[in-house]
Ligand binder design. Structure first.
Ligand code: MTE
Ligand code: MO
Length: 253
C-alpha cells in the first residue's frame, strides 16, 4: 500500500472513531491556531486538515528517523525526471560553476548565491529514508546546509510563514511551513552517500525534506521565495506542484 493511501486510511480511521462532530471541533481548533494547510478546501477536506493540525500540535519538533551507515541502500532508485534540456547540459558540462540559487521575497537581504557559496556554508549529514507516494523507498546519507541557515543569512522577516522552492525544471515546485523550513533535518543537499549529489538524484542542489514524502524533496533547486502566502504561486492555488495535481500539500510521514 502506498504511503498516501495508508495515511488516508489512518486519517479516515481517526475521523470515524472520533465522529464527525469531533472532527469539526478539531478543524475549528486548527483554524484558531492557524494550522490550515494551503490546499484545505480545494481537493482535501477536514481529514487532511486534521492530519496536518495534529502533526503540528503534537510533533512540531519530532525528527525523521535516522538509520545507521550499514542500512544505506546499495542500489538507491532515482525516480525518472523529464529531460533537463540544453541549458542544464551546459551548466553540467562546466561542473555547475554557474549554478545559482536565488533567495527572495520577505527577506532583509535577498541574495543570489553561487553553488560554491552554498557549499562553503556549514553542513550537516543525515541518513534518512525517502519514500515516493507510489510506494518505493530507499535510505541514503544526505549532506547539505540547513535551510534555517540560509533563512538566517538572508534575514528572513518575522512575517514569513512559508518557503516556496522551485526547480530549474519548469513546473516543479513546492512549499513548506516554518516548522519544516526551520527543522534541523531540512537541508539544501549538495552531497549524497559521501560524494557530490548525482544529477539523477537532483544534483547539484536538492531540498531534502525528510519529514515528508519524496515529492516534497524537489531536485535542481535554483529559487527560494519567502512568503506569508504560497497560494498565488503556480496555477492551482494549493501551494505546490504535487498538490496542484491532486496530492496532499502536507505529505508528513
Ligand atoms: N525537479 C524534480 N524534483 C523531484 C521530482 C521530479 O521529477 N523533478 N520527482 C519527485 C518525486 S515524485 C519523488 S518521489 C522524489 C524521488 O526522489 P529520487 O529520484 O531521489 O528517488 O523526487 C521528487 N523531486
Ligand atoms: Mo514520487
Amino acid at each position: 500500500m502506498s504511503e498516501i493511501s495508508r495515511r488516508k486510511l489512518i486519517t479516515g480511521g481517526i475521523a470515524v472513531a472520533a465522529g464527525a462532530s469531533a472532527v469539526a471541533v478539531a478543524v475549528k481548533l486548527a483554524q484558531r491556531h492557524g494550522l490550515i494547510p494551503p490546499d484545505a478546501g480545494v481537493f482535501y477536506g477536514p481529514g487532511e486538515t486534521l492530519t496536518y493540525a495534529a502533526q503540528r500540535l503534537l510533533n512540531r519538533h519530532a525528527m525523521a528517523r535516522e538509520f545507521s551507515r550499514d542500512q544505506i541502500s546499495a542500489n538507491p532508485f532515482a525516480n525518472e525526471v523529464d529531460p533537463l534540456g540544453d541549458e542544464f547540459k551546459h551548466l553540467q558540462a562546466a561542473n555547475f560553476v554557474d549554478w545559482k540559487v536565488t533567495v527572495d521575497g520577505m527577506a532583509a537581504r535577498p541574495t543570489t548565491f553561487s553553488l560554491a557559496e552554498i557549499k562553503s556554508f556549514p553542513t550537516n549529514s543525515q541518513i534518512t529514508m525517502i519514500g515516493c507516494e507510489e510506494g518505493w523507498t530507499y535510505i541514503a546519507e544526505w549532506t547539505g546546509v540547513p535551510l534555517s541557515y540560509i533563512l538566517d543569512r538572508v534575514g528572513a522577516l518575522p512575517q514569513v510563514r512559508y518557503v516556496v522552492y522551485r526547480s530549474f525544471q519548469h513546473g516543479w515546485w513546492e512549499s513548506i511551513d516554518m516548522a519544516d523550513a526551520l527543522h534541523p533535518q531540512t537541508v539544501l543537499a549538495t552531497g549524497m552517500n559521501g560524494s557530490e549529489l548525482p544529477v539523477p538524484f537532483g544534483g547539484p542542489v536538492r531540498l531534502r525534506v525528510p519529514r515528508q514524502l519524496g515529492y516534497k524533496s524537489i531536485k535542481y533547486i535554483n529559487h527560494l521565495t519567502l512568503t506569508d502566502n504560497p497560494k498565488p504561486f503556480g496555477k492551482g492555488g494549493t501551494g505546490g506542484s504535487a498538490s496542484d495535481a491532486g496530492y496532499a500539500w502536507y505529505a508528513g510521514i
